[in-house]
Design a binder for this molecule. Structure first.
Ligand SMILES: Cc1ncc(COP(=O)(O)O)c(C=O)c1O
Length: 1010
């Protein structure tokens, strides 16, 4: 039929609407495969959708849809769905005759406002849960409804999906293999599948048929629309369809599917047998989709749109094919709250009746008791990562422990989160950034190499291999056992290759038989000798290996799949200990720690370990740290840790005794400073450094008036607060004290003076402060400022400003203090100290955070003259300042910066990162400014009118945290993201940071500004 003859124009639609429904509205065309659809806008109402069918449309089919909607309206409590509007004659299907004499059916439905799923970014777990919830509610509402048309032949019905077999010739290679495998699986289980519950279901919750609420943060699914594919079929197919589309464009597709299944189950409880078929049903829906695309491609070879829709379906299918069907099944069960592994309860009851001793496993050892060894992320026994990786040292510690507990076997580790798996094979990129396998699934028994290992039960060998490679199993044996009416497996890892591989698959092993012998490194996968013993209720798809460590996010499923070996041994020492929860820590803090101590992030994190540019939480999740300029040369840098530990073991006293370390640190620092600044005082914090600096000012000048910058921060002590506008002009503050003069924030981007050449103008502000002091009849004490103002929002001082300001101050008889607490020690890249960026030499320099790499160490450097005037007879005593331990640490930090060329790294990586951020700002104009030097950078988020976007900045920082990247926000308007990582930060880290910034910047909330 000629399309032009059947086409309906919007103005015709408006006439039809008025004629049939007596409604005046504005029509606009909507895409539709079969019907001509129009969005009808009516003032002050949600509006309608007008559907005009093609000539000769099957009226039964339309009747089915209308009845279905009417049923949903009556039965669907809490459900939003399009409602049927009857025409003037009370008919739900009307008729018109078009200009060519064809009868056309007309239907009017209410409009469901919102956004379609495909336009929502990000699609997070909560949203997918609500998708499941709504689909479940709809299925619930459809119970009891039936119609002849619901039983039609329909290619999109998963139950009928084997029609795709006839088109298998359209595929080749990997695609052919995948499709065939899924079709065979589906066919194979068809009898059981056919017996599952059926009903009429929506059958098409695809990404353009799902309406999402309009909130940009935490939106929810409101409704499913377009009931044209509704059919009477297995209910699980409806779940499968919702999953198949909503998991597209996710790295981990199974992980993305679970909230949907959980949500569905929460409103329409699914049955255990149904979940057995969900994995296959999802695959078959995708196969229908790619087969239809392949057929259409032949029909319309030039239609590129078909290729676009096909791509994500194939991406999911390929990932789905790599997902273990059994693991998916157990994960679905866990999501619905069923016992995760169907045999878990049976195994537990059976294990209760069994009596085993460690002697059964190691009869030659003659020990029945265990001594628990904590190898968790926070274990102080493990100590530094470097120590763990030194296998001789690790063995030495084990031997020592063994001597302390001669009658026990050192063991433990079930479900222990560990951060000792440093090989890349333990990492993946999940839906929320990098993930590493940390949860240990077996128990380790630390015993000498060559210790024989014996079978606990009769069994059959299912795996006997050399699992070679760093941090793998080495010689590995897995046995299958039968107990009552179920089977299970036991795994023995880290044996000699010879003892493991002498077995053949299918060999029968008798209880008590020797099955392997423990190996030493490197043969055992490069570990100190031990047995990794694990129980499994399924082998999943493994044949020559089996995970011994898993992801924290999958812990619940693996826990069931790999039961606790201590169910057999029943030893208290092997019982996993209950650690304090984060909530308990928060509650205690609230009760007993000062209320003004804040916690970072909406969901606070507990960090228990640091390593280079990473922080690690108690579950072993590694966070890339872009915040911590205290851990200057990297968190827990091995040399710095060692320097502190070694000196701590010898002596730690005050500076009234002679000691090399204080002189050494002074020398190291003086080497980095201009010759004028050659006297040092050591203190314990940046605040103390600034406090001392101000005392020096008073002793030198006899004046109390200090000039400081707006939004500057110089520490938490009394005097420091008095000169910190960030505090006294902020919450709880009472404004500038009498003797503090504040100059406008020298911000060339959004400050009082903007653009190029503002240095002189801002320097004039300093002069105004001087004049104010003089007007009050007093003299200038000092001018204190950071070379890049940190809390002010990483504000780079305008060119020429500092030199001019220093000149004015010195003319007025004041001293100049450079607060290098944040930026010092090589961070800014081009120079070692921040003031050197501006070609000035201060009278006093205060040094803090980076100097101790996390240890409380700070210093004040000054000229001989300043020091001499300060030494007016009153002794300067500091109990801790300059102690040998702190000084050993400080010297090692400075040596590490030199040895590892970290200033150069700050420059190289910093410049690369700044250039990438600048590129990002061109793509995302929300980034109004990129600034800073070296690895002390900031990006400022503003709208078109330069208004600060604090909410977006906060959102960005929190979303980056969700992806394992720590960032901090600051600035007077909280709209600056600060980037000041440990200066071991690499180009790769910078690339990762940019990748995720780009990802989050595309999210709806980040786009929601003017
Ligand atoms: C610029 C500046 N000066 C001084 C301090 C105070 O240092 P501390 O916290 O070590 O007392 C800080 C702390 O953040 C700072 O940022």
């Amino acid at each position: 039929m000629d399309y032009n003859q059947i086409k309906i124009e919007p103005n015709q639609a408006e006439d039809i609407l008025f004629t049939l429904f007596n409604i005046k509205g504005k029509a606009s065309s909507l895409p539709g495969e079969v019907d001509f659809n129009f969005r009808i806008k009516v003032e002050n109402e949600e509006g309608y959708i007008l559907k005009i069918s093609r000539p000769n449309e099957n009226v039964n089919y339309l009747d089915f849809q209308q009845k279905l909607l009417q049923h949903v309206e009556t039965n669907g409590k809490n459900l939003i769905a399009p409602k049927v509007i009857k025409d003037k004659d009370h008919k739900s299907i009307s008729e018109i005759t078009d200009d060519y004499g064809n009868i056309r059916k007309v239907r009017l439905l209410t409009w469901v406002s919102g956004r379609v799923w495909s336009s929502v970014n990000p699609q997070l777990n909560d949203l997918r849960f609500s998708l499941g919830e709504q689909c479940g509610l709809l299925t619930k509402a459809l119970q009891g409804f039936d119609h002849k048309e619901a039983h039609r032949d329909f290619e999109w019905d998963v139950a009928q999906s084997l029609w795709t077999k006839a088109h298998i010739n359209l595929f080749e290679d990997e695609e052919l293999k995948i499709i065939t495998a899924f079709q065979n699986r589906f066919e194979h289980s068809k009898t059981a599948y056919d017996s599952l519950r059926t009903s009429v279901v929506h059958n098409d919750a695809n990404d353009n048929n799902v309406i999402v609420s309009s909130e940009l943060i935490n939106p929810k699914v409101k409704a499913a629309i377009d009931y044209g594919d509704a059919i009477h079929t297995q209910i699980i197919n409806d779940v499968a369809i919702a999953c198949a589309y909503a998991i597209m464009n996710h790295n981990d597709v199974l992980d993305a599917a679970l909230p949907i299944v959980k949500g569905y189950h929460s409103t329409y409880p699914l049955e255990e047998q149904e979940l057995e078929h969900l994995y296959d049903a999802i695959a078959m829906r995708l196969i229908i989709s790619v087969t239809k695309s392949a057929i259409n491609k032949i029909k319309e070879p030039d239609n590129r749109y078909l290729l676009i829709s096909e791509k994500p379906a194939w991406e999911v299918l390929k990932k789905w094919f790599k997902t273990s069907p059994d693991f998916a099944h157990y994960s679905f069960r866990a999501a619905c709250g069923f016992v995760t592994h169907p045999n878990q309860t049976k195994f537990e009851s059976w294990a209760k009746t069994q009596e085993f001793s460690l002697e059964n496993l190691f009869p030659t050892i003659n020990k029945t008791e265990a001594h628990h060894l904590d190898l968790s992320v926070s274990s102080t026994w493990i100590g530094h990562q470097k120590d763990f990786n030194d296998l001789d040292f690790f063995q030495f510690k084990i031997d020592k422990l063994q001597k302390e507990h001669p009658n026990k076997i050192i063991s433990g580790g079930y479900l222990e989160p560990r951060s000792i798996y440093t090989s890349d094979s333990y990492n993946k990129i999940g839906n929320y950034g990098r993930e590493n396998r940390t949860i240990h699934l077996g128990v380790d028994f630390w015993l000498p190499a060559h210790t024989p290992v014996h079978a606990l039960f009769d069994g059959e060998v299912v795996c006997a291999v050399n699992d070679a490679g760093n941090k793998e199993y080495g010689g590995l044996v897995i046995l299958k056992h039968k107990a009552e009416d179920f089977e299970f497996f036991t795994l023995y890892g880290h044996n000699t290759v010879e003892s493991a591989t002498k077995h053949s698959i299918g060999d029968c092993i008798k209880k008590g038989e020797k099955i392997a012998k423990l190996a030493n490194y490197p043969e055992n996968g490069n570990w100190a000798p031990h047995l990794h013993f694990q129980i499994m209720l399924s082998m999943l798809d493994y044949t020559t290996d089996f995970s011994g460590v898993t992801y924290y996010s999958q812990q619940q499923v693996w826990k069931s799949l790999c039961p606790d070996p201590n169910l057999l041994f029943k030893l208290d020492a092997l019982q996993s200990s209950n650690k304090t929860t984060n909530q308990e820590l928060i509650t205690y803090r609230k009760q007993h720690l000062g209320k003004s101590l804040s916690l970072q992030y909406k969901v606070p994190i507990k960090m228990v370990r640091g390593a280079g540019q990473y922080l690690v939480d108690q579950f072993g999740r590694q966070y890339l740290d872009t915040v911590n300029n205290v851990a200057h040369v990297g968190h827990e840098h091995p040399n710095v840790v060692e320097a502190g530990q070694q000196q701590m073991a010898l002596i730690n006293t005050n500076s009234r005794y002679l000691h090399d370390n204080i002189n050494e640190l002074a020398k190291e620092l003086i080497e980095t400073l201009p010759p004028e600044l050659n006297v040092l005082h050591f203190v314990n914090s940046g605040s103390e450094a600034n406090e001392l600096a101000i005392r020096m000012v008073k002793a030198n000048t006899g004046q109390r008036d200090i000039i400081a910058s707006e939004v500057g921060y110089h520490g938490n002590a009394n005097m420091c607060i008095d000169i910190s506008s960030y505090k006294f002009d902020g919450k709880g503050g009472k404004g500038a004290p009498e003797h503090t003069q504040i100059l406008s924030l020298p911000d060339a981007f959004r400050g009082k003076y903007r653009g190029e050449n503002t240095g002189t103008k801002y320097a004039e502000e300093v002069q105004k402060c001087i004049d104010n002091i003089h007007d009050k009849g007093r003299g200038v004490g000092a001018f204190i400022i950071e070379p890049i103002i940190s809390c002010g929002g990483q504000i780079e001082l305008p060119e020429g400003f500092l030199a001019k300001a220093y000149e004015y101050i010195r003319n007025a008889g004041g001293l100049c203090i450079s607060d290098e607490v944040q930026v010092g020690c090589g961070r800014v890249g081009k120079t070692f100290w921040g003031f050197q960026l501006h070609n000035v030499i201060p009278d006093i320099v205060t040094i803090g955070k980076p100097l101790g790499n996390g240890h409380p160490l700070a210093a004040v450097a000054c000229t001989q003259e300043v020091a001499d005037k300060f030494a007016n007879g009153m002794e300067y005593f500091n109990t801790f300042g300059g102690n040998p331990v702190s000084c050993a640490i400080g010297s090692e930090v400075l040596r590490t910066v030199k040895r590892e060329k970290l200033q150069q790294n700050a420059l190289d990586v910093g410049e690369f990162l700044k250039a990438e951020l600048t590129k990002l700002s061109k793509k995302f104009p929300i980034i109004g400014d990129v600034r800073g030097q070296g690895l002390f950078l900031g990006i400022e988020l503003v709208d078109k009118n330069m208004n600060p976007l604090a909410e977006q900045t906060d959102y960005l920082a929190n979303r980056m945290k969700d992806h394992g990247i720590l960032m901090s926000t600051d600035g007077p308007d909280y709209n600056v993201l600060k980037i000041k990582p440990p200066i071991v930060f690499t180009k790769g880290n910078a690339e990762e940071l940019i990748f995720y910034l780009k990802k989050i910047l595309t999210e709806d909330f980040m786009q929601s500004y003017n």
